[in-house]
Ligand binder design. Structure first.
Ligand SMILES: [Zn+2]
Length: 52
């Protein structure tokens, strides 16, 4: 699904604006979920601050 049924925001719209229409967008638009994960993958450093 490329459009959120809750707020009618499309995947392309979110890509262009950088904002999701609602919190459901992440769950409804799988491509968005994957894209977000890729985006944050390069920015956040998980594990370096770990306390073990
Ligand atoms: Zn939405």
């Amino acid at each position: 699904m490329k459009v959120c049924p809750y707020c009618n925001t499309t995947y392309n719209e979110i890509l262009q604006t950088g904002f999701v229409g609602c919190s459901r967008c992440y769950q409804e638009i799988e491509e968005l979920k994957i894209a977000i994960e890729k985006m944050y993958c390069g920015k956040t450093h998980k594990g370096k601050k770990g306390k073990n």
